[in-house]
Design a binder for this molecule. Structure first.
Ligand SMILES: C[S@@+](CC[C@H](N)C(=O)[O-])C[C@H]1O[C@@H](n2cnc3c(N)ncnc32)[C@H](O)[C@@H]1O
Length: 410
């Protein structure tokens, strides 16, 4: 019997740098940025061949039948299965992905250490772009394992209000929880793009009796099939909005878990570089419940070091003025600065190459499966299915409904 070369397993990489920007350097950053770059032009040549070859494998799926693709994928990688079949405790893959990312990096240990050191009996988390709320549910469900019963946890949730579509709104067991606070921001939409909404998130969560020690962020939106290979570039604004939300709200020592897609753009490379300056530890995690065939991975940062006034001002300016409908800054820190740190660049290339190679191999295993058949019409849905943003959440709704009755509201 043939042995699978790739299987469901959690992989983790640590990133370090010798970040050396002074406050003076930071005040020059905005002027040195290349602004208004369209998402089609958001890439440079770093890891070009890896990116092109991965996209080439993905393209081979274009003509395949979606149903047969799911059958082949789920047979090869059982943890990828949506809902109850792939998850037996939370009955939802999203919760597993969060917990696996936190476990392998020691996030709960960091949070409990902070509470012990400071004598805090209460702590808070923020779930940004988190509707319908599987991450928050998973946090409440695992609190008893890590938190002594003498301590309490409070959650804040900010997610986009989709008029007329309730599928991505917070689950009833969260809205019914007295220690879960739904925030819509000053502008009232839950959208993290208007800077005023981030200011109100900051104001509400800055409660010294409930120190904010954890930000979890899983934001995303559907990317049209024909531009699925640009998912990372198209998603820069939402990724940055969540990342900066953590910088603005976390207490010193706090942690961030943030979903990323591919990490080939200079923008994300420089965001990772800044992360190494702002946090004690920075990891990239591909948890075992995250489909090995897709580009999803998590940035996990521990031990927030605080942020200088000039850095905060710069990051807010990027948030407020840096993004247009289809545009973003090319990078947050000039390429020359990042590339000067050869060790950091080598780490980024290594984790990108490893994840891309595993993903390519997994997709090739699916392509070789006898279960996979040609589509009668267009097989276009496959690439967008693997872009995996809101569709899978909708698929897992039934299972999430089951969670509602199993997790006791705090
Ligand atoms: C993949 S879903 C999150 C799933 C969630 N973690 C869970 O497991 O239940 C992505 C979420 O990001 C939200 N979102 C997209 N754009 C947003 C924006 N600009 N501001 C706030 N939320 C946004 C979507 O409405 C959706 O609720």
């Amino acid at each position: 019997m043939a042995t699978n070369v790739v299987c469901d397993k959690t992989v983790e990489f640590e990133l370090t740098s010798s970040f050396h920007l002074t406050d003076d350097d930071v005040s020059q950053l905005w002027g040195g940025l290349q602004h208004n770059v369209h998402w089609r032009s958001a890439f440079d040549d770093v890891l070009l061949s890896t990116r092109v070859s991965l996209n080439g494998v993905k393209k081979q799926l274009d003509t395949k039948d979606l149903r047969s693709y799911h059958a082949a994928r789920d047979a090869l990688f059982p943890l990828a299965t949506s809902g109850t079949q792939g998850a037996t405790t939370f009955r939802n893959r999203a919760g597993y992905k969060l917990m696996e990312s936190m476990e392998v990096t020691g996030v709960w240990e960091q949070v409990t250490k902070l509470c012990k050191q400071n004598g805090w009996r209460q702590a808070a988390f923020a779930d940004v772009c988190g509707g319908p709320g599987a991450f928050s549910q998973a946090l409440y469900a695992t609190v008893p394992k890590y938190f002594s019963s003498k301590r309490s946890i409070r959650g804040y949730g900010m997610t986009l209000l989709n008029e007329g579509d309730d599928t991505l709104q917070w689950y009833p067991n969260l809205t019914g929880n007295k220690q879960f606070f739904v925030l819509h921001g000053t502008e009232g939409t839950g959208n993290i793009y208007p800077t005023e909404n981030l200011h109100s998130l900051m104001a509400v969560t800055r409660d010294p009796s409930w120190p904010l020690l954890l930000v979890v962020a899983d934001g995303g939106f559907d990317v049209p099939f024909d531009v699925a290979e640009y998912q990372e570039a198209i998603s820069l604004r939402i990724v940055y909005g969540q990342w900066v939300s953590a910088v603005l709200t976390l207490m010193r020592g706090g942690c961030l878990v943030l979903k990323l897609f591919d990490t080939f753009t200079p923008f994300l490379r420089s965001m990772l570089y800044l992360s190494t300056a702002l946090y004690d530890r920075v990891h990239i995690v591909k948890p075992k419940h995250s489909r090995v065939v897709n580009s999803e991975r998590y940035l996990v940062c521990l031990g927030f070091r605080g942020c200088s006034a000039s850095m905060r001002e710069y990051l807010l300016k990027v948030h407020e003025e840096g993004f247009g409908e289809d545009t973003a800054p090319f990078a947050l820190v000039p390429h020359a600065t990042v590339s000067h740190d050869a060790a950091f660049c080598a780490q980024v290339e290594a984790f990108n190459a490893t994840l891309a190679s595993t993903q390519s191999q997994a997709l090739q295993m699916v392509l070789a499966s006898p279960l996979l058949t040609e589509a009668a019409g267009s097989g276009a849905a496959i690439a967008s299915a693997e872009a995996e943003v809101s569709t899978p959440v909708a698929q897992e709704q039934d299972d999430d409904a089951a969670i509602d009755s199993t997790i006791a509201a705090e």
